[in-house]
Design a protein around this ligand. Structure first.
Ligand code: GLA
Length: 741
C-alpha cells in the first residue's frame, strides 16, 4: 500500500518505489507537521523530526510560547497571521477585513486512483497506478475547510499535491493566497535550481546558493513565461547528473505562479509553489470551492538525471493525453522563417512540392493568412481567410497540398485581438483593459477577455470553423503577448482580482473543447516561442514550440534546460536556414539536423532556395528521423556533458527502455587547435551487454561508419574517444545497438 495511516502515532506515510513522505499530527492541537521527505524509510513514527519534545514544546505543554512554537514548527500547510512569521501557504480577507487563517487537522480519506481537478490540467492514473490521500483541515473561526490532496504513484517516485478550499461559512471569504503545496525541511546546504530566461533564450539552467530570507522565481505575466519556468529544485551541494540529492517541484499550470524558498532563522527551508498571490484575490461565496493547481514533486538521491527521467516518464505516461504522444509525428515544414508574412497560395505550393520530393510530410502555414494581415499590426480576431493571398480559399490550398501528398497544418492566435480589426471595432470591451486607462499594447495587440463566456465562444468557434473548413491535420496555437491592465468589463469590482486565474481557466476550457471536438488533430502550443512551455499545456498538446531561436548552438542551452524536465517527444525543434535569423550564425546543416532530431523535428526554411546538395542532405536527415525517432521519443534520457556549464561541447544520450539501443548526440561547439580526442563516458547502458558502436559525423550522414564492439561497462566506465572535428559547431551521432541481437 503506498499510503498508510499509523493511528497509534497519528502519522501518514506515503511511499513511492524509492521515496517516503511522512506527515504527523500533534496530539492535542491537530497541527499538521511535515516530518520527512526523502529516500525510503521503514518507520512511520518520525515525530522526533518535528522537534515537539524540545523547547519551546507544543502549546498544550507550554502555551506561553505558542508563537515561538509556531514560528519554528515544520508545518505541512502553514496558515497566516497567527504566530508563524515565515510565509504562509494561504491567506484570506474575511468579511470583517481580517487576514488570519490556520488550518488544523480534522480527518482523512484514502482513495484508489486519482480524482480529477475540475477545469485544470493534472496528472492522471488508474487505481492500479496510484492512490490518493485526502487530509481535511479546517479553520474553525472562519469555517473555511481545506482538503490537502496527495496522489502517490506506485511505479514512479512522484507525489502530486493540490489543495481545495471550501467556504462553509455564511459570508464571502476572499482568498488572497492559496499555494498548491508547501514543504518545510532542514537546510543541508542545498542550492536552488531554476530554469530562467527571456524571449529566444528560454529555460536556461540556473543554480544559486540559498541565503536567509526569501528567494525564488515567478511570473505575473498571465503566462508561465519566457522568464521563468514553473519549476524549482533543491540540489545538494555535490549534486551532478548521476549523484546527489534533488527535490524537484513542478507546477502543472500555465499562468502566474511563484516557486519560492525561504530560509529561516533556524536554518530550515520552506518551499512554496502555487498561483502567484500578486494579482490574485478570489471571492469565495458561501458553499463555493476553489481548486489550486497541481504540484508535482519528485525526490532523487541519484542525481539530476534520475529526476529528469522520472518527470519524463510521468509526463509521457500520466499527463499528455494526446494519441500522438506515442506516435511518430509527421515531419513538417513551416513557412514562418521562409516567408514571414509574404506568401500566397503559389508560394506555399512551391514549398510543398519541393518538400514532398525531400520526404517531408506536412506543410504548416504560419501567421498572416487572415484578415488583411501583412505585418504583425492588424487583423487578430478577424479569422477570415485573406483571398488576396489565398485565391480560391483555404480549402483549395489544403486540397492542393494534399494532392501533392502532404498533410496540412495551420497557425492560429485565438486569444488575441488587434486594435485594427473588425472584431475590436465592433467589441472594444472584449479586450482586457481598465476603463479610463490606455491599455498597453504589446506586438501591437491586446488580449481578449476570455473570462467572458461569449468572448471565448467567439474565439473558439472562429478556430473550430477554420479547422472544419478544410482537411487540417495540425494546429499551432500561439499566444504572443503577456497580460497587463487587468480589467474585465464583465466582472464586479471585488472580482477583478480573479482575472488572471479565470483567464487561464478559460484557455484550458477552450483547449479542452478543442481536443474533444478534434481528437485526431496534432496540436502544438506556442507562446512567442516558449513562454508557455509548462506541464499545464502538455495536458492538452503533446508538443510545444520550444523557442523562436532556431540557431543550433543557442538551441543546445535552450533544449538542455527544456529536457531537464520535459520529454523530448514534447519539444518542438526545427532546422532553419543560415545565417540564422535570430543570431546571424552559420552552423553546419548536419548539426542543425542533429540538434533538431532531439525534438519533434521539422524544417523552417524556404526549401525552394536550397541547393541540390542541401536537398539531398534533407533526404538523408529525414531518414535519420525515421530511423531514430521511436528511440528518441520513448527512451530514457541521459545528459553526458553540459554546454550550458562547460561552454565548449555538448552531449546527450537516449537509451531504449530495454537497453538494447542508444543514440548519443555529440556537439563540439568550438573547434580548438592541438587538442586530444575527447573521452565520452556513456550512461544508462546494460554493463554486461555488448554494444556495436557506430559514429556518424554531421558531414557524412549517408551511412553508419567505424563499427566497434564494447561491453556496456567499458562504454560507461572507460568510455570511448571522440576525435577533434574540423571547424566550429560540428557534431556526430553515435549509435549503439546490442550486439547480442
Ligand atoms: C510567434 C511564434 C513564431 C511565429 C510567429 C508568428 O513568435 O513563436 O513561431 O509563429 O509568432 O507571428
Amino acid at each position: 500500500m503506498p499510503i498508510i495511516y499509523d493511528e497509534a502515532h497519528r502519522a501518514f506515510k506515503l511511499d513511492t518505489p524509492h521515496t517516503s513522505y511522512v506527515i504527523a499530527i500533534t496530539d492535542d492541537e491537530g497541527f499538521l507537521g511535515h516530518a520527512y521527505y526523502g529516500a525510503s524509510v521503514s518507520d512511520t513514527d518520525l515525530s522526533h523530526l518535528l522537534r515537539i519534545d524540545e523547547p519551546p514544546f507544543v502549546p498544550s505543554k507550554n502555551d506561553r510560547e505558542r508563537g515561538s512554537f509556531l514560528d519554528s514548527f515544520p508545518s505541512e500547510y502553514p496558515g497566516n497571521g497567527v504566530g508563524d512569521y515565515r510565509e504562509g501557504a494561504v491567506s484570506v480577507r474575511d468579511a470583517d477585513g481580517h487576514t488570519a487563517v490556520s488550518p488544523l487537522y480534522v480527518g482523512y480519506r484514502i482513495e484508489k486512483g486519482k480524482p480529477d481537478l475540475p477545469g485544470l490540467p493534472a496528472t492522471f492514473g488508474s487505481g492500479d497506478e496510484c492512490e490518493t490521500l485526502l487530509i481535511f483541515a479546517d479553520d474553525r473561526s472562519l469555517d473555511l475547510h481545506f482538503t490537502l490532496r496527495y496522489t502517490v504513484f506506485s511505479d514512479l517516485d512522484v507525489i502530486a499535491r493540490s489543495v481545495i478550499a471550501e467556504n462553509h461559512s455564511d459570508k464571502p471569504i476572499y482568498l488572497t493566497k492559496i499555494m498548491s503545496a508547501s514543504i518545510d525541511m532542514d537546510d543541508r546546504d542545498y542550492k536552488m535550481r531554476t530554469l530562467h530566461g527571456s524571449w529566444a533564450r528560454e529555460r536556461v539552467p540556473g543554480l544559486a546558493d540559498i541565503s536567509y530570507g526569501k528567494q525564488g522565481v515567478g511570473s505575473v505575466r498571465g503566462e508561465s513565461s519566457h522568464q521563468a519556468n514553473p519549476f524549482i529544485a533543491l540540489e545538494s551541494a555535490n549534486a551532478t547528473e548521476t549523484e546527489g540529492e534533488i527535490y524537484a517541484f513542478h507546477l502543472v499550470y500555465s499562468g502566474n505562479f511563484i516557486a519560492q524558498v525561504e530560509k529561516s532563522q533556524f536554518d530550515s527551508l520552506r518551499v512554496m509553489v502555487g498561483i502567484n498571490p500578486q494579482e490574485f484575490c478570489w471571492k469565495l461565496e458561501p458553499g463555493e470551492t476553489f481548486d489550486a493547481p497541481e504540484l508535482v514533486m519528485t525526490y532523487s538521491n541519484e542525481g539530476r538525471g534520475k529526476m529528469t527521467r522520472t518527470l519524463h516518464d510521468l509526463y509521457r505516461g500520466h499527463l499528455i493525453r494526446s494519441p500522438h504522444r506515442s506516435q511518430k509525428r509527421p515531419i513538417l515544414i513551416n513557412n514562418w522563417e521562409a516567408t514571414y508574412f509574404d506568401f500566397d497560395t503559389e508560394k506555399l505550393l512551391q514549398i510543398a512540392r519541393v518538400a514532398k520530393e525531400c520526404g517531408i510530410e506536412m506543410l504548416v502555414m504560419d501567421d498572416g493568412w487572415f484578415g488583411h494581415r501583412s505585418s504583425d499590426d492588424s487583423s487578430l480576431g478577424d479569422w477570415v481567410v485573406n483571398e488576396n493571398k489565398l485565391p480560391g480559399g483555404l480549402k483549395y490550398l489544403v486540397d492542393e497540398v494534399n494532392k501533392i501528398g502532404l498533410k496540412f497544418g495551420i497557425w492560429f492566435e485565438p486569444e488575441m485581438v488587434s486594435p485594427d480589426s473588425d472584431l475590436y471595432r465592433a467589441h472594444p470591451d472584449w479586450a482586457i483593459a481598465i476603463p479610463g486607462r490606455e491599455a498597453c499594447l504589446s506586438r501591437c495587440q491586446l488580449v481578449l477577455d476570455l473570462t467572458r463566456q461569449e468572448v471565448r465562444d467567439y474565439a473558439y468557434e472562429s478556430l473550430a470553423a477554420i479547422l472544419r473548413s478544410a482537411n487540417i491535420s495540425y494546429l499551432k496555437w500561439d499566444m504572443n503577448r503577456q497580460l497587463s491592465d487587468l480589467g474585465s468589463a464583465a466582472l464586479p469590482a471585488d472580482r477583478q482580482g480573479e482575472i488572471s486565474h479565470r483567464y487561464m481557466l478559460a484557455v484550458y476550457e477552450m483547449q479542452e473543447r478543442l481536443v474533444h471536438d478534434f481528437p485526431d488533430l496534432l496540436f502544438e502550443n506556442c507562446s512567442g516561442g516558449g513562454a508557455r512551455f509548462d506541464p499545464g499545456m502538455l495536458y492538452y498538446s503533446p508538443q510545444i514550440w520550444c523557442s523562436d531561436d532556431t540557431d543550433a548552438a543557442e538551441r543546445l542551452i535552450i533544449q538542455e534546460g527544456t529536457e531537464m524536465c520535459y520529454p523530448l517527444s514534447s519539444m518542438g525543434a526545427h532546422v532553419s536556414i543560415c545565417p540564422n535569423h535570430a543570431v546571424g550564425r552559420v552552423t553546419p546543416f548536419g548539426t542543425r539536423a542533429n540538434v533538431a532530431l532531439a525534438g519533434t523535428f521539422g524544417y523552417e526554411l524556404d526549401i525552394t532556395k536550397l541547393s541540390d546538395e542541401e536537398k539531398s542532405q534533407v533526404r538523408e536527415q529525414v531518414k535519420l528521423y525515421h530511423k531514430y525517432n521511436d528511440l528518441v521519443r520513448e527512451g530514457d534520457y541521459y545528459r553526458v556533458a553540459s554546454y550550458a556549464e562547460n561552454r565548449l561541447w555538448d552531449c546527450w544520450e537516449v537509451v531504449s527502455k530495454d537497453k538494447s539501443e542508444a543514440l548519443v548526440t555529440y556537439v563540439q561547439v568550438l573547434g580548438r587547435p592541438n587538442v586530444h580526442s575527447r573521452n565520452l563516458r556513456l550512461l544508462g547502458l546494460d554493463g554486461s551487454r555488448r554494444y556495436r558502436v557506430y559514429i556518424q559525423n554531421d558531414d557524412s550522414c549517408q551511412a553508419e561508419e567505424a563499427e566497434e564492439i564494447y561491453r556496456g561497462d567499458t562504454l560507461m566506465h572507460a568510455g570511448i574517444q571522440m576525435p577533434p572535428l574540423w571547424g566550429d559547431f560540428r557534431s556526430a551521432l553515435i549509435h549503439l545497438t546490442a550486439a547480442d541481437q
